[in-house]
Design a protein around this ligand. Structure first.
Ligand code: URA
Length: 432
């Protein structure tokens, strides 16, 4: 291991054998944290070539179970988001594409930080569970077209260990390490094609467009290099996605989108990602054709019914899909008013996520319980004009002291000025 660290420290490329040696040795507990920490720091400064990055990804993917989805008919298409504030995309997207006969066999995580993950959001439906067996997972995908399972402990365990180590050694934000970490889990999860939603902006992991595009390219190269058709959409996260931030509030917004009443920016993103999934799954030949098929699932109600079918199949109360008053509700509803007049220039997006966390909508530690009912529904976004006293958002809380703290911070996240400003575009670029 000493030689491997020195070789990378001195700027040389590691061989496949050397990468396999440290990944396997570390996973088995044969190589100590301090040596792997030193190697991560050497990689941080020296980087990795495309070949090294692909090898690292494959080795991490193979460190645990590689899910075999061959019992599922057709091309399996997975979708992954690098995460952001108000990101309820999977909730609306998966029933739409499943209604177009794409098999969605998805492994999702819970959120740590600002807001809940897809699984937390789905738990807004009483009884919903992602703790299903592999057999039920496969059966549900074959019968209804969607199943979502929680990430098992044996999915890329090498990444789990390495990510935890990087987290405490200031080596998370290295492009090849991030790309290989995300893609190792996607490759192990077994889909034939992968559509990535790489976020960019103040609420995203990658704050600049340049970095987001570089990350998207690295991940697309890894996916294609591993024989999985991979496409990345780089999308805006400089303000919350749609209007709703918070678990059950986001579920309601996703349901409204399935009924054709979704916010324009969110609908545009769902349509773009959905089109890429339909093309990758060979259900459409062009974006125009794909968008028409997706639009049809909204207009004829099949997407909404598919969502209800999926919720029911995983133990949830599907009546809430048709009657959202059955979802968790907060007790304190308060309008947040603007103190200033002018155009909204900036919404510090990660701050809005933190406000939701303050209300209880996210997890501070792995053990924290999430309050599914709290959050915000924005009424104004970047480019909108507000007068003093106009409502910026409706806050949903269960504790007035937390609501007071969150309200102050929420207002401070807005930059309002006199001159007009353009609304940011949703889709920045597509990398295939
Ligand atoms: N998400 C991951 O799964 N891994 C990283 O390294 C960063 C974000």
């Amino acid at each position: 291991m000493y030689d491997v660290i020195m070789k990378k420290r001195n700027g040389f490329s590691l061989t496949e054998e050397e990468i396999r040696f440290f990944v396997q040795g570390y996973t088995k507990g044969e190589i100590p944290d301090y040596q792997v920490s030193a190697l991560m720091m050497a990689i941080y400064f020296q980087g990795m070539s495309k070949e090294e990055t692909l090898t690292l990804t494959m080795e991490m993917a193979k460190s645990g179970d590689m899910l075999d989805l061959s019992e599922i008919k057709g091309i399996k298409v997975d979708k992954h988001s690098t995460g952001g504030v108000g990101d309820k995309t999977s909730l609306a997207l998966t029933p739409m594409v499943a209604a177009c006969s794409i098999s969605v066999a998805k492994m999702s995580g819970r959120g740590l930080g600002h807001t809940g993950g897809t699984i937390d959001k789905l738990e807004s439906f009483t009884g919903f569970t992602t703790g299903i067996s592999r057999e039920t997972f496969i059966k549900n995908v074959n019968e209804i077209g969607i199943a979502i399972m929680g990430q098992t402990a044996d999915l890329a365990p090498a990444d789990k260990k390495l990510y935890a180590l990087r987290d405490v050694t200031a080596t998370v934000d290295q492009m090849s390490l991030i790309a290989s970490s995300i893609m190792s889990k996607k490759l192990a999860a077994g889909a034939d094609a992968i559509v990535l939603d790489v976020k960019t902006g103040s609420g995203a992991f990658m704050k600049t467009l340049e970095d987001s595009i570089a990350l998207a390219k690295e991940m697309v190269d890894i996916g294609n290099g591993a024989g999985r058709n991979t496409i990345a959409v780089v999308s805006d996260m400089d303000q919350p996605l749609g209007y709703a931030v918070g678990n059950s509030l986001e579920v309601i917004e996703a349901i409204e989108t399935l009924k054709g009443n979704g916010p324009a920016d969110f609908t545009e993103l769902v349509m773009e990602l959905g089109s890429q999934m339909l093309i990758a799954g060979e259900k459409a030949n062009s974006k125009e054709e794909a968008k028409k098929l997706l639009q049809d699932t909204i207009e004829n109600g099949t997407a909404l019914d598919k969502f209800a079918e999926f919720v029911k199949a995983q133990g949830g109360d599907e009546r809430a899909v048709y009657d959202t008053t059955l979802l968790p509700k907060a007790s304190v509803i308060r309008e947040i008013k603007s103190d200033e007049e002018g155009y909204i220039h900036k919404i510090q997006c990660d701050e809005i996520g933190i406000c939701s966390l303050i209300l209880g909508g996210g997890r501070e530690t792995k053990e924290s319980e999430i309050d599914l009912s709290v959050g915000f529904v924005l009424t104004k976004k970047i480019g909108d004009y507000v007068k003093q006293g106009d409502t910026l958002a409706i806050m949903h809380a269960n504790d007035t002291a937390k609501a007071d703290t969150a309200e102050k911070r929420f207002k401070a996240a807005y930059t309002i000025a006199n001159d007009p400003v353009q609304k940011p575009g949703m889709i920045k670029t597509v990398i295939a």
